[in-house]
Design a protein around this ligand. Sequence first.
Ligand code: PHE
Length: 384
Amino acid sequence: MARATGSPRSPNASRCSDRTIVNQQHLANRATPLDHEQVHIQRGPRSGLPVIVAVHSTTLGQAIGGCRLTTYSRWTDALSDALRLSAAMTDKCAVAGLPNGGGKTVVAIPPGHTLDPAARRAVLLDVADTIAVLDGIYATGPDVGTGPQDMAVIDERTQYVFCRPPEAGGSGDSSTHTATGVVAALHAVCESVFGSPQLAGRRFAILGLGRVGARLARHLAATRAELVVTDIDTSKRSVADELGATWLPPDEALASDVDVLVPAALGGVFTPDTVTRLRCAAIAGPANNQLDAPATAALLHRRGIVWAPDVVVSAGGIIHATAVELHHETSQQAAARVLRIGDTLARVLRDAARAGVTPAAAATNLARQRLQPSTDTTSREDCR
Ligand code: PHE
């Protein structure tokens, strides 16, 4: 247990200088300043695939963030994704009150390329070696395209990995806890927008039936909510049939007339174009980086749609994994922490309403307060 432990060490780029490192100095002349402490890019020696590990911040402690294994038409798109996702992890940890910073691993699989078990293992060992070089400033976990079994493979070469299967000593699948956190967030959103936390009888549209989305669908169906569901993979229609939910194509589900839209697939779903087509009152879901750009939060606000920031809603997985594996809490204690996502979201929505800003801005403010303790006016009690 607690293999991801080890006191967070300060970033030390020089010891990695024989590797391919994009560091602050190297990119100092670019128009956009590099926010990240370190970005490692390597062609995996075994797999030949681009392995990218972005460490955004270790200000609050060890950077954490999952390992994403998915298709990109260009590896540079994977780099952009790694930069944005790792920065979001910093805010996610700060807002959740965790003593951790943000990082992310992305492996860019070229279009049409499939990974057989041997190739998958090669990729994971390449990832593990890159993480091992970082010597504890960053620990990974599951993300889109990876799960607990993959974490067990990474563990063969580095201890800085969360969510190995329980039989291998880890805290297991994080998606159940992410889903629990989303449900807590949905109660808070309904309370704030409709005056009651009840989910029964409300209409939800779940965009994406992956591990978290399918769990949410089952939970909402069991609470007798009305459900619209969609996925780009049409074989997932069986989930809709099983639950008595309405199946719509992705485009129509996005624009369906529901109380709450639940984005549970890949990011970038809300753009100036899609925002004009929305017919929901609120949005709360686990997908990371839901907005195409920060300015889209203002467009949602102007349309009167309450957007629960993804960095608040999606934190259940990291909250549970760090509580159990780093802080040796019981599963029950960890579960109680995950449920507090509801309180955090209620606070963010309240702060936003009071200050007349978007919930996105209120969440960013909360993260900044925790990242710059000198300006922190809040209690640090829940910032373990
Ligand atoms: N996919 C998780 C997230 O983005 C990553 C993660 C889970 C990292 C659990 C560590 C532990 O939040």
